[in-house]
Design a protein around this ligand. Structure first.
Ligand code: ZN
Length: 401
């Protein structure tokens, strides 16, 4: 058996792991790099559209493009396995976002162990900022690999990641280490974020909150904070559509037709694509206008989309706005229409990735023979933090297992 990490040994984003033997080749994740737009394509034969297919299965951990983004160039005869939620995002949501190639992907839902050649692949649900995230346990002739994908232990479904720590006899733990380069990070949980957002909403000001529509945990925190402070949440049609694609996770996931949710039709690319697909009109009985929001500003929390944000900022006193930025602070510099609000923006966020303390506890429970760093800029730090043999690979290096 051999292991190759094609990308991810010394970087965050664009992960791809190959596990193979004489007759079977499997890939785990096939992501786009986060910033390097030059070297997107990986050198993997038998994978791409014009190749004779030689890959026996691709397993995708979750719906962040740095884990699945290269799927659009894959030969559609190759089977792709992932969770129902991730498949929904890849097939449906990517289409509305204008990333048209993914709906052609040959997706199968994996809920139970799958056997391919001499390999058994077992999916395990984990807690991460993408709903429906998986880790994969890979077994072949008594040897066991555990690939974590991205995970954390402080979200609403942290019990899932703690369950993963119950797996025994792991020979090789391929483990993410996104936070190893962020030593001064505050150890905040999603529950802490909920408390802080609730406090921020306890005001007569018009509240804006900016977060990713696909961050399901954050949506639930914001929604519950609205209930707690008796406000209605205004979302855009794209967010309505994303929520519908999370329905399979639980019937408790808030939906656009729930009582205190309203929909602002602001135009823009996603709204246009929803209109073209015939989906947009279904949301129209929840429609709200900027005028209606501004006639009762203390009653609303607006999930910002550019259109509504610009419209309200142009006609409203900014000192009467509470603006909460609830994403990674690195994204904050970009939009210029936010510049006038910048001095008063409150940053309330927690990471999608495990804190070092939690990863240490995870390793102590798993007791792996070897840890192989991935999805980290700091692989050399692993040996100071974890009590196991550490094997740092180079991208493309072959490791015989
Ligand atoms: Zn991720």
């Amino acid at each position: 058996m051999q292991l190759i990490i094609h990308r991810g040994t010394h970087e965050i984003g664009g992960s791809c792991v190959e596990v193979r033997d004489e007759s079977t080749r499997l890939l785990f994740d096939l992501g786009l790099p986060l910033d390097d737009r030059e070297n997107i394509k990986l050198n993997i034969n038998g994978l791409y559209k014009n190749d004779k297919p030689e890959i026996d299965g691709i397993f995708i951990t979750h719906s962040h493009p740095d884990h699945y983004g290269l799927l659009s160039s894959v030969n559609s005869e190759i089977h792709v396995y992932t969770s129902k939620t991730t498949a929904n995002i890849i097939k449906n949501v990517s289409k509305i976002k204008g990333e048209n190639n993914y709906p052609d992907s040959n997706l199968s839902i994996i809920e139970n162990p799958v056997n391919i050649g001499d390999f058994t692949i077992i999916p395990h649900k984990v807690d991460h900022s993408a709903g429906g995230s998986l880790a994969f346990e890979i077994i072949r002739s008594g040897k066991k690999i555990l690939y974590t994908g991205d995970l954390r232990f402080h979200g609403r479904t942290s019990y899932l990641s703690r369950n993963l720590a119950k797996i025994k006899n792991v020979d090789y733990l391929i483990m993410e280490g996104s936070t190893l380069g962020r030593p001064n990070q505050k150890l905040k949980t999603e529950d802490d974020v909920f408390d802080e957002i609730t406090n921020a909403f306890t005001t007569n000001k018009l509240c804006f909150v900016n977060f990713s529509s696909q961050n399901l945990d954050r949506f639930i925190s914001v929604y519950k904070a609205c209930l707690r402070t008796k406000k209605s949440l205004v979302i855009d049609p794209y967010t309505c559509f994303v929520l519908e694609n999370f329905k399979d996770i639980s019937k408790n996931i808030p939906q656009w037709n729930w009582n205190n949710i309203r929909v602002y039709f602001g135009g823009g690319k996603h709204t246009k694509n929803l209109a073209d697909s015939g989906k947009l009109f279904t949301y129209k009985n929840k429609k709200i206008s900027a005028e209606e929001i501004l006639s009762n500003p203390e009653k609303y929390v607006v999930k910002t989309a550019k259109a509504i944000c610009k419209k309200i900022l142009s006609r409203y006193d900014i000192s009467k706005i509470e603006y909460i930025y609830s994403m990674w602070s690195g994204y904050l510099d970009n939009p210029s229409y936010l510049a006038i609000l910048k001095p008063q923006i409150k940053h309330i966020h927690t990471s999608g990735h495990a804190y070092i303390r939690d990863l240490q506890e995870f390793v102590q429970k798993i007791e792996p023979k070897v840890i192989i760093p991935i999805h980290t800029e700091m692989p050399q730090k692993y040996s100071q933090l974890y009590d196991a043999k550490i094997k740092i690979l180079k991208n493309g290096e072959i490791l015989n297992l």
